[in-house]
Design a protein around this ligand. Structure first.
Ligand code: AMP
Ligand code: ZN
Length: 457
């Protein structure tokens, strides 16, 4: 079967054919590391992780090269460092580490390449020199600007009228710009700010240039797939496209463009500037990463997704039902190829709701079986879920994992120990009381030959 993906540039679903199936290349715009990622940022990471998994299943894990950058120099980072008094490198290292840990907890496979902006300043200077040489960029007052008039296709990805886009994005009108739509590739560093020496004075790179250069350095001139959130189409991706095409004799930056839809809180997009954010880091204290991942994949990646507590509760409930069945086979990390029905759903532009329906079907089939046939059906179900990043927990641990309410595992263990003691001294009233108290909090005890075990109802 073929893999189809919705190409935001063509504005239609296209069959995906990599330029070289032994080296499929994808790039996704990663985090600016000055604070914690919110769950909207996580949606982007999880959606493209699902794509990465499907590509690996199709072409082989060694044949997919995935780069997700880390933007470690930026006005917001400088501001955050100034506020806490920490060195910039300490801030960026801290939040890059937290980002990796949080995304890892959401089942996001770490991309093979994680280029940093500060690690690519020399090739950025080289690209600007090439662009200036071709007349596609110019230096003015310590800045280097890209001349949008040098690229006739500017605006093709977002499709909107250029003047409208500029008004919408509140592009800075500056006296040194030849055209108000021209954007900054390099800007001067103020006194005390971090900077690098360049032919145009001490300064630092602009965000758009970073991605074009990191793609060129890490993956090549033209990549197979470029991804990011819908909000990045303009100006960020439009600018990446223009820079790269002009630097590479018109060669396109990406053969396919993919954009995830917004995660919303009520009617609004979740964003740091609106202040309506929920941090992935905080959610992970109350919910297992697989629950959050399930919630994120419950809508198709291009559709808007409204974030609610109820969505998390429903996701937990669904996963519990699967884990209940997974308890019937011994736990192992070994994973086989995913059944075709799941691959088919995901190869249709990452149709995760359809893939979830497929998981439910596999569960129903397994539920009607007995003996070895049942064990085989549950194994198939597990393989299917694992392709999507689920069912990686030993079911016994799953049912003990922290939930947003109720006593902690330590509190429960302590009460179980007290109950065992009470039973030894034939204090059955106390023993029953502990069991009933726990039951009232949703903790179920099961007495066995090795003593009592517990799970959350
Ligand atoms: P940022 O740190 O704002 O550059 O965002 C990192 C990634 O998350 C980008 O790909 C954004 O497009 C994406 N993103 C930001 N906010 C949301 C949201 N509310 N829903 C979905 N994706 C988002
Ligand atoms: Zn980018």
């Amino acid at each position: 079967m073929s893999l189809t993906i919705y190409d935001s540039m063509a504005r239609e679903k296209r069959v995906f054919e990599p330029a070289d199936s032994s080296r499929v290349t994808m790039y996704v715009c990663g985090p600016t590391v000055y604070s914690y990622a919110h769950i909207g940022n996580a949606r982007s990471a999880v959606a493209f992780d699902l794509l990465y998994r499907v590509l690996r299943a199709r072409y082989g894990a060694d044949h997919v090269v995935y780069a997700r950058n880390i933007t470690d120099i930026d006005d917001k980072i400088i501001k955050a460092a100034a506020e806490t008094g920490e060195p910039i490198e300490a801030v960026t290292k801290k939040f890059a580490d937290i980002y990796r840990a949080d995304m890892g907890a959401l089942g996001v496979i770490r991309p093979g390449l994680e280029p940093t902006a500060t690690g690519h300043v020399a090739p950025m200077i080289a690209m600007m020199e090439r662009l200036i040489g071709k007349g596609a960029a110019y230096a003015a007052e310590g800045h280097v600007l890209f001349s949008v008039d040098a690229y006739p296709d500017y605006g093709k990805l977002s499709g909107a009228d250029r003047d409208e886009m500029i008004a919408g994005a509140r592009v800075e009108v500056a006296p040194y710009k030849k055209n108000p739509a021209d954007f900054v590739l390099w800007k001067p560093a103020k006194e005390g700010e971090p900077g690098w020496d360049s032919p145009w004075g001490r300064g630092r790179p602009g965000w758009h240039l970073e991605c074009s250069v990191m793609i060129e350095s890490e993956l090549g001139e033209t990549i197979d797939i470029h991804g990011g959130g819908q909000d990045l189409r303009f100006p960020h991706h439009e600018n990446e496209i223009a820079q790269s095409a002009c630097a590479h004799q018109g060669a396109p930056l990406a053969r396919y463009w993919m954009h995830n839809g917004f995660l919303r809180m009520g009617a609004d997009k979740m964003s740091k500037s609106l202040g309506n954010i929920v941090l992935a880091h905080d959610l992970l204290k109350d919910w297992h990463g697989e629950v959050i991942r399930w919630a994120l994949l419950s809508a198709h990646y291009r559709q808007p997704l409204e974030w609610t507590e109820e969505l998390l509760k429903q996701s937990k409930k669904q996963l519990d039902r699967f884990y209940r069945l997974l308890e019937d086979i011994p736990f192992t990390e070994e994973t086989g190829a995913a059944p075709q029905s799941i691959m088919l759903a995901l190869e249709d532009d990452l149709n995760s709701p359809e893939a979830f329906a497929g998981l439910h079907e596999l569960r129903d089939i397994a539920g009607q079986m007995d003996g070895e046939a049942k064990a085989a059906a549950i194994t198939r179900l597990r393989d299917a879920g694992r392709l999507m990043g689920f069912f990686n927990v030993d079911p016994a641990q799953w049912f003990q994992a922290a939930s947003s309410s109720g006593p902690s595992a330590e509190e429960i263990e302590a009460l179980i120990a007290e109950r065992a003691e009470a039973r030894k001294t034939k204090n059955f009233a106390r023993s029953d009381e502990i069991r009933d108290d726990l039951a009232a909090q949703g903790i179920i005890l099961e007495d066995g030959p090795q003593g009592a075990t517990w799970r959350r109802a």
